[in-house]
Design a binder for this molecule. Structure first.
Ligand code: ZN
Length: 239
C-alpha cells in the first residue's frame, strides 16, 4: 500500500479505537442486547460460550469457535463493527492475565491482512485485538512487522493441506532488526487449521525471532465443518 494510504489507514484505525473507548456503555458483542457492567456478552449469549479444547500446540485460544462468539467475530470482521474489537480484546486480556506463558513476550504482532483486503474492510480486526493484548502485557504492538504479500482468498473452501500450501510464503517481514532475538506473540481472531499462525511464526522465525507463539480468541473445533469461519452474507474468503 502506498505510504500515504497506509498513514491514513493508521490514523483512521486509531481514531476508531478512541471513539470506541469514548462511546460506552456498550451492548452485547453478539446481539447488542443490554449488558451487566463490565460484561462482554449478555446473559442469554454468555451461556453459549464454550471453552476451547487445548490442542497441545504453541497457539492458544481460550474459546471454541461457535455460538455467540462466532456471531460476534462475524460482526467484527464482516459487519463493519470495529467497535466490537475493544470488548472482545477484553477476553484475550483476561486470558493473558491468567496464563503464565506470556510473561516473557517482548513484542505483539497481529496477523496482517492483504493490503487490498485492508483497504476494503478499512481495519484489520487482528490488529485491533492485538492492541488490547499489547496494552495488557505493557509491550509494543508492531502492526507493520509482517506484511501479507500474497492474497490467500477463498481459504474457507480449501482442505487443511491446501490451506497450508495456500498461506506458505504468504507473509514477509518488513524490518528484520525489529524481530531479531525477540519473543513474539502473534494475534489473530480465529484459529481454523492453524496454518495462518504457523506461516506467520515460520516467517518471523526465519527473521531471527527467538520464540513465537500464537494467540486467538477462538479455535475452530470441527475442521470438517464446511461452513466454519465464513461470512454469512457472502461465501468469500476466510480473512
Ligand atoms: Zn447477547
Amino acid at each position: 500500500m502506498p505510504l500515504l494510504l497506509r498513514a491514513l489507514a493508521l490514523v483512521a484505525r486509531a481514531g476508531l479505537t478512541v471513539v470506541a473507548d469514548l462511546v460506552g456503555p456498550r451492548g452485547c458483542v453478539a446481539c447488542d442486547g443490554p449488558l451487566a457492567q463490565a460484561a462482554v456478552f449478555c446473559g442469554g449469549c454468555g451461556v453459549g460460550l464454550e471453552a476451547s479444547r487445548p490442542d497441545g500446540g504453541r497457539s492458544l485460544a481460550p474459546f471454541a469457535f461457535g455460538g455467540p462468539l462466532r456471531e460476534a467475530i462475524h460482526r467484527l470482521k464482516y459487519g463493519d463493527r470495529p467497535d466490537l474489537a475493544a470488548p472482545l480484546s477484553e477476553l484475550l486480556r483476561a486470558h493473558v492475565r491468567r496464563e503464565p506463558g506470556f510473561s516473557d513476550v517482548e513484542l505483539v504482532v497481529p496477523v496482517p491482512l492483504h493490503p487490498s483486503r485492508l483497504a476494503s474492510r478499512g481495519y484489520n480486526q487482528a490488529a485491533l485485538l492485538a492492541r488490547g493484548v499489547a496494552r495488557e502485557l505493557a509491550r509494543p504492538c508492531c502492526t507493520g512487522a509482517l506484511l501479507r504479500v500474497r492474497s490467500t482468498s477463498a481459504q474457507a473452501t480449501l482442505d487443511q493441506a491446501e490451506r497450508r500450501e495456500n498461506v506458505r510464503s504468504a507473509f514477509s517481514v518488513v524490518d528484520a532488526s525489529a524481530i531479531r532475538g525477540k519473543s513474539i506473540v502473534v494475534v489473530d481472531d480465529v484459529i481454523t487449521t492453524g496454518a495462518t499462525l504457523e506461516a506467520c511464526a515460520g516467517t518471523l522465525a526465519l527473521s531471527g525471532a527467538r520464540a513465537v507463539r500464537g494467540l486467538a480468541l477462538a479455535r475452530a473445533g470441527r475442521v470438517s465443518d464446511p461452513d466454519r469461519d465464513r461470512p454469512r452474507s457472502s461465501r468469500g474468503s476466510e480473512r
